[in-house]
Design a protein around this ligand. Structure first.
Ligand SMILES: [Mg+2]
Length: 421
């Protein structure tokens, strides 16, 4: 089946309909020996350091980590004993619930430590006080928000953008796509909405939703059958079209819908079955030519390794916040690259996620052709000298200044309160 998948990818890329995968699976001729070779490589990459520390001559001792709140916005501020400062947007809606975990189980571990050790500190806080038992979105969003604030701090000390700290900048701009969050509307209403978001971004890629979210019914199936052909008919062969089932299907329905998506040259099917149905996801991937994407709910580096090693999905999608930050996500990307796969980060709907996606893509060669963009809806007041932070003709410039490369509105920061228990 994998050779069929490769043919499919070649065909869609050649037709201009997809251009979906920057890299295609190179595993068609894999032998047992090659599989062992890949497994060993993935194991090495899981352990190999990501954060570059050669930019720093001396320790960058963390003096304080504060959780700030202004309105519904949460921010993490990290300060060094030398007076340097890094700030990151946290995931607002998650942090509104999980801030006690941040304050009690995550932040204290970092105080007084050398920020150059951030990579081992992220693993250290996972082990500390059995935090590994707490892992999942509530724990990792706290760690990720803190990690990005410390990366911003380190970038400012070294005068380097995040991408250079995480391996080296390989691109300065990204092609973006917008995803529709709609379900339950008519196919015609959804087409109108997709037209609107395409017009807003100028993007040549879109994503829409299938199924009924972790289930399907007759109405959602009728909508799916109608919408898939209608998207291609409406937007033409040059549009890259993705669809996300959010775990709605079972294996037979995934195969049925996947074959329609193949017929209309869609570029990937995301989360056909519930996210933790690893074996079922692989069975679907083995029986379809269209690439299967997944990983936004994943919290385990080891399980990503399994998915990559076993070709369980063809595009891995760690969420930079839900999965615990940029360092862990770059590791996933490097493992994916070893198997010839793309790693396109999933976009959390908050906390400057669209900027984190851009910085991730800045240093990940195999980030895939389009990155999700939600900058239009982000109300965190920031400015940037090196980028409009907007999608212009479907492309956003990645900030190139130190750290995140942005400036927070000072009044907004000054008016924020420090969150305590
Ligand atoms: Mg999704």
């Amino acid at each position: 089946m994998i050779s069929n998948r490769r043919d499919f990818l070649k065909t869609t890329a050649a037709s201009g309909a997809a251009g979906a995968m920057g890299l295609v699976s190179q595993r068609s001729s894999s032998t047992a020996g090659k599989s062992n070779e890949l497994a060993a490589k993935l194991e090495r990459l899981q352990a190999a350091p990501v954060l570059k520390t050669e930019f720093f001559q001396q320790p960058v001792k963390i003096a304080s980590i504060e959780l700030l709140k202004n309105g519904r916005h949460y921010l993490v501020r990290a300060r060094s004993t030398d007076g340097a400062e890094g700030i990151a947007g946290a995931h607002d809606s998650v942090m509104a619930t999980t801030f006690p975990i941040f304050l009690q189980r995550v932040a204290p571990f970092f105080i007084g430590k050398d920020a150059r050790e951030l990579e081992s500190l992220v693993h250290g806080v996972y082990l500390k006080d059995s935090n590994y038992k707490w892992q999942g979105l509530p724990f990792w969003v706290c760690v990720a928000s803190l990690e990005i604030a410390v990366l911003d701090l380190l970038g400012k000390v070294a005068h380097k953008p995040l991408g250079d700290l995480l391996g080296g900048v390989v691109r300065k701009e990204i092609a973006v796509y917008r995803a529709s969050g709609n379900r339950g509307n008519s196919p015609e209403a959804e087409i109108d909405y997709l037209k609107k978001i395409v017009a807003e971004t100028g993007a040549n890629a879109i994503k829409f939703r299938l199924g009924a979210r972790m289930r399907y019914d007759d109405a959602s199936t009728r909508r799916d059958h109608s919408l898939i052909p209608l998207t291609r008919k409406t937007f033409g062969d040059k549009m890259t079209i993705y669809a996300d089932a959010n775990g709605s299907y079972d294996i037979p329905m995934s195969i049925k819908i996947g074959k329609i998506m193949e017929e209309y040259r869609l570029s990937f099917l995301e989360e056909p079955v519930p996210f933790d149905y690893y074996d079922e996801t692989k069975q679907i991937a083995d029986r379809l030519r269209i690439p299967i994407a997944g990983g936004e709910q994943e919290s385990s580096l080891r399980r990503f390794r399994w998915m990559i090693e076993n070709d369980g999905v063809q595009i891995v999608q760690p969420d930079l916040l839900y999965f615990g930050g940029l360092i862990r996500s770059v590791k996933v990307a490097r493992m994916a690259a070893a198997a010839g796969m793309d790693c396109t980060a999933h976009m959390s709907g908050g906390g400057l996620g669209y900027l984190y996606i851009a910085h991730f893509a800045s240093c990940v060669p195999n980030c895939g052709p389009h990155q999700e963009y939600k900058g239009d809806g982000d109300t965190t007041p920031v400015t940037c000298e090196s980028s409009s932070l907007k999608s212009e003709n479907g492309v956003m410039k990645i900030p190139s200044g130190p750290g995140l490369g942005i400036n927070f509105d000072r009044e907004f920061i000054n008016k924020a309160g420090v969150v305590s228990l």
